[in-house]
Write a protein that binds this ligand. Structure first.
Ligand code: TRP
Length: 461
């Protein structure tokens, strides 16, 4: 690892906001080139700034094919505004037709934060799910489960553990010899969280998108790598033209792929597998298919990048028919973190840095009044030099959370920058919007309290 490489510690308190560097170093794709049919305010404002393979989810949505959304919550402490951003994205994907699964990371919280499973359960329900309901998730299309009571999640993590090692954990998480092993186990359980909705008992093969803050990207890198390593077929660009399918032979498929224990090859089996690959490709409408069992590949010269998703699904389906796991690497989206109210990082352990969803309206008002301002020290200077909305917490919170209207927001931005709108005035506007928003949330929470249990999956009631 180079000295100045960025390492994200998902449990740490540091938070890098060098988003361009993250995109570059971790190979995220900017959202800028992605056009969405009905973007939410987080999309329109560039707050959801990057993704991995979100196209495969959007394509499923466009064609009416099934897709899933999975995210997780850490049951510890109170839910605050920062947590609501993931909920807003989950809700958006749900409105686009995705089925939603939510993992309560009770095992992770127990191991890394000392929260008992019983306590984790009550925090999850009373604090998190209660607000998910209030924020408008649809209980009919949302299924909340606990890591501790869904064995497949833990089994999957354990099983995939054999495809990684401590060197990879060092590279991804910066672990060393002193690292607590709970921090090795937790990511493997999270891998199980992210991949298990694809299993037949949990909805079956379909693209899954994981909306998260970038602090969770290490887990996605790990999960995507592990899923790919289990794949029986590789799909890549051909060096000449089109796409190329090749076999990826490992322990689990050696027999099916005709590799005899003595090192010889069972030609009959190899031929049968290649015939199946050709049939799978042909079923998508390709006619020009060049099968080369001797070189171990199938070449599809007329396939383009746009065919990749369909081909990948067809190959995973075939893999499952042949007895393999057929796991698809998950997609993900990432949002910027809102600045803390004091100008520092938003944190549950620092109540002044954020609004908790249970703060009463007087507290909301008080916190916003004291929030970090992007205005000048005196009115005279502010009128002359203008303010900076990019660091003004009141403005930022309107943009991230409270104000839906883009045109109005642009007006506020311009008049603050020009010095026409004063810092105190911006705060008052924010207070008005925030108290309306929070007041409505609290009312909704009361109205939807009876729904909390209906969010729970069968195995979690
Ligand atoms: N590790 C996450 C957190 O700290 C919680 C989590 C568990 C999660 N499983 C997940 C997040 C799966 C996204 C997807 O908040």
């Amino acid at each position: 690892m180079a000295q100045d490489d960025l390492v994200i510690d998902p449990w740490g308190s540091a938070q890098s906001t060098d988003y361009d560097r993250m995109i570059e170093q971790f190979g995220l794709t900017s959202m800028e080139g992605v056009s969405l049919a009905n973007p939410s305010k987080l999309h329109r404002r560039g707050i959801v700034f990057a993704h991995r393979d979100v196209d495969q989810v959007l394509e499923a949505q466009r064609t009416g094919a099934p897709f899933g959304v999975l995210t997780g919550l850490m049951p510890s402490g109170q839910m605050h505004l920062g947590h609501s951003m993931v909920v807003e994205q989950v809700k958006w994907f749900q409105q686009q037709g995705g089925d939603v699964t939510i993992a309560v990371a009770d095992l992770e919280s127990q191991a890394t934060r000392g929260v008992s499973l019983a306590k984790g359960r009550s925090i999850a329900l009373q604090e998190y799910v209660a607000h998910y309901a209030a924020l408008g998730l649809d209980p009919e299309k949302t299924s909340v489960y606990f890591q501790s009571t869904r064995p497949i999640v833990q089994r999957l993590g354990f099983q995939l553990g054999k495809r990684t090692n401590l060197n990879e954990f060092e590279a991804i998480y910066g672990f060393g010899g002193e690292t607590n092993l709970a921090h090795v186990q937790a990511p493997l359980v999270q891998v199980g969280d992210i991949l298990h909705p694809q299993m037949d008992e949990h909805g079956g093969l379909r693209p899954i998108v994981v909306p998260v803050g970038v602090d969770q990207d290490p887990h996605l890198r790990l999960t995507r790598g592990l899923a790919s390593k289990t794949n029986w077929f590789n799909l890549r660009d051909s060096s000449s033209k089109g796409l190329m399918v090749s076999l990826s032979v490992h322990d689990e498929n050696a027999e099916v792929f005709g590799q005899l224990p003595n090192g010889r090859i069972d030609k009959g089996k190899v031929t049968a597998v290649f015939e199946k690959v050709v049939a799978a490709v042909a079923s998508l409408g390709f006619s020009d298919i060049m099968s080369n069992p001797k070189q171990g590949n199938v070449h599809i010269p007329s396939a383009t990048q746009r065919d990749k998703h369909g081909l990948r699904l067809a190959l995973l389906r075939l893999e499952r028919q042949l007895g393999g796991p057929g796991l698809m690497a998950p997609s993900s989206t990432y949002h910027h973190f809102a600045v803390g109210m004091t100008g520092d990082k938003m944190s549950s352990s620092q109540p002044k840095t954020t609004l908790f969803l249970r703060d009463d309206l007087a507290t909301v008002e008080k916190k916003i009044k004291r929030a970090f301002s992007g205005g000048q020290p005196t009115v005279e200077e502010h009128r002359r030099l203008g303010g900076n909305p990019d660091i003004d917490v009141a403005y930022q919170y309107m943009m991230y959370f409270f104000e839906e209207d883009d045109a109005y927001l642009a007006e506020l931005n311009a008049s603050f920058r020009s010095g026409q709108l004063l810092a105190g005035e911006m705060k008052q506007l924010c207070i008005d919007r925030a108290t309306a928003w929070m007041g409505e949330l609290h009312e909704m929470r009361d109205q939807t309290a009876h729904l909390v249990d209906t969010f729970l999956a069968e195995d979690s009631r």
